[in-house]
Design a binder for this molecule. Structure first.
Ligand code: GLU
Ligand code: MG
Length: 437
């Protein structure tokens, strides 16, 4: 099949989906400066066919404007035409960032972090997913058979991800039946979140090309294993040196990293409204699934919402380079821009306030008694989207990161989404999100 003739302008919206309008390739150059128009009310689309009540009328419009640095080309493959897309910022007519643009929100948070601390943030995401549409025998979790069972898919996926330069590091079968994972290496600044958007779309495309379906929904089936989208972060100073690491710090965290983690911990409940932002997110979060159920911090602790990830290297410089902080309470129904932007904003609050690092927990928080958890300041994560939204509404600091219009739009959309599924069974809930994500 030939090259495609469409360039898709893609933006990641409040429900974390890649929305798009396309232009013929010959027209793309002329669209670079002002992009394409998009009704603001479209930002209040649920993942389904509905638009939630929103602050905009039928006339407010913004410009979905390409960032040419993010152009992606995926070669044609067999009968499938090539895929070309470019990531966009949502801008006002005068070229300034629109107050509800997720990508601009992250860029501003990263700029503030840099201005106040001199540090750049590097981030990487893990992408767990359920692959369906093929058939075959039961295969053991994490087994070579599980990988080879879908070998043609894996080979095409690896080739495709390498060709779009997302820093692919690993590909593997996961714990769940037909669950797999791809992980990408860290990238600086907004590129870290761009990578997850590109990775997901390439993953979906390759699955389609193979006649399969890839779902990154946090809980594709009520009894199956959840899909996380763990977010790894580290800092570099202006000399390019690793700045989250200090061999003498608690958990090897540098001072600034310890305050950053403390800020995340302080605002965790409100953050989940942005990082685990759908009704189905709360079927994933919970103790004993390694998805995390408690607001806790620990070295290598997979049941803590924040896991400190030491490097296996012995050389001090190399150890610092690979050292990172993992935020586990997030999934693919979140916009990676909003989620990372909010986590950075929370961390920056911790740095500003020089907040103390919470105790590093070396066991499963679910195994502690209530009294022990209370003493250590460990609290359960919100149990539902509504609980998370209540925490968001109650956290004045977090609200302060957004404009009133953004708070209204986001809250209205997410309350609407929650109400849509209030009377639905877990099976129905999982089934809808499985195909939306
Ligand atoms: N599937 C788990 C989650 O939902 C993560 C398992 C792992 O640590 O890789 O977060
Ligand atoms: Mg995993």
């Amino acid at each position: 099949m030939s090259e495609g003739d469409v360039v898709y302008l893609v933006w990641n919206d409040l429900v974390g989906l890649a929305r798009t309008r396309g232009v013929p390739k010959s027209e793309y150059e002329g669209r670079k400066e002002h992009g394409l128009g998009w009704a603001a009310a479209g930002q209040s689309l649920t993942p389904f066919e509905d638009i939630a009540p929103n602050p905009w009328g039928p006339m407010t419009e913004l410009r979905q404007t390409p960032d040419p640095a993010t152009q992606v080309h995926l070669d044609a493959d067999g009968d499938w035409p090539a895929l070309d897309f470019v990531l966009c910022n949502s801008l006002n007519a005068d070229g300034s960032p629109w107050e509800c643009c997720t990508r601009s929100f992250l860029i501003a948070a990263l700029d503030d972090l840099k201005a106040e601390t001199g540090l750049t943030l590097h981030s990487a995401y893990e992408n767990e997913f359920l692959l369906t549409g093929g058939d075959g025998p039961w295969v053991a979790p994490f087994s070579l058979s599980s990988a080879r069972h879908v070998a043609p898919f894996i080979e095409r996926l690896v080739a495709a991800l390498r060709s779009v330069d997302v820093g692919l590091e690993t590909v593997e079968p996961e714990y769940g039946l037909s669950q797999y994972e791809v992980s990408c290496g860290p990238a600086e600044g907004v590129a870290g979140a761009d990578r997850v958007v590109v990775t997901r779309e390439v993953l979906r495309e390759v699955a389609r090309r193979c006649g399969l379906h890839a779902s990154v929904s946090p809980k594709p089936t009520p009894d199956g294993v959840g899909n996380g989208c763990h977010l790894h972060m580290s800092f570099r100073d202006d000399q390019g040196n690793a700045a989250a690491y200090d061999p003498d710090g608690p958990g090897e965290l540098s001072d600034v990293a310890a305050h950053f983690v403390a800020g995340i911990s302080r605002h965790m409940a409100a953050l989940t409204a942005l990082t685990a932002p759908s009704p189905v997110s709360y079927l994933r979060l919970g103790p004993h699934h390694w998805s995390c159920g408690y607001n806790a911090v620990g070295v290598q602790n997979r049941e803590a919402a924040v896991r400190i990830c030491p490097s296996p290297k012995h050389d001090a410089a190399e150890r610092g380079n690979a050292f990172n902080i993992e935020f586990r309470a997030t999934d693919a129904t979140a916009s990676p821009y909003l989620a990372l932007g909010a986590v950075v904003r929370a961390g920056l609050e911790g740095v500003r306030g020089k907040l103390p690092l919470p105790p590093l927990l070396d066991r499963d928080p679910a195994d502690l008694s209530d009294a022990e958890r209370q003493e250590l300041g460990i609290t359960p994560l919100p149990a539902s989207l509504d609980e998370a939204l209540d925490a968001f509404a109650a956290d004045k600091t977090v609200l302060g990161w957004f404009t009133p219009t953004m708070i209204e739009a986001y809250t209205s959309l997410k309350r609407f989404e929650s109400a849509m599924f209030a009377d639905q069974s877990p099976e129905a809930l999982c089934e809808r999100y499985r195909f939306a994500y």
